[in-house]
Design a protein. Sequence first.
Length: 197
Amino acid sequence: MIKIALTGSIGMGKTTVAKMFEKAGVPVFDADAVVRRLQGPGGALVEKIGELFPGTVRCGTLDRECLAHIVLADPSKLKALEGVVHPTVQAWREAFIEEHSTSPALIFEIPLLFETGSEKQFDKVVVVSAPAEVQRARALARQGMSEAKLDSILQRQMPDEEKRRRADFVIDTGTDLSTTEAQVRDILACLGIAASG
């Protein structure tokens, strides 16, 4: 089994590319989706986060916007949050690997792969990239995003140029979807994995 990490900065098109890998028959583990589930209504981490960051949980619901405001302003608080979130996500990832143990390849969508030093856990790294102006326009189109918030997020992320340099494969999403899909299929072919769909 080939474990492939899929990463890239905000607004680069990771989710779109992950869906393309899934369509080609490769199971995808989405770390962000797992975090949203763990932090969502009835999520396993809501109570712990509420204890760590008083005022972020009201009536059993985590205010993600309030939490983001707190941790983006203070690196030590972000580290404390990661100390709660990362071990739980890791356990879910191990269960995912077990569940798909017969698959020839697995994709792990991990936005902060390089920032957390996790790349060594994978056989190959695919970086999703797009021109800076495309990235910015996509990110700013998201609900609740502002120029200031985007700049704060980008400051915490490794520059795109450095991610591209460290990648085994780079997928350019600054083009049309069919070209991006062709790049996905080329990577699978290069790794000797038969695509379906």
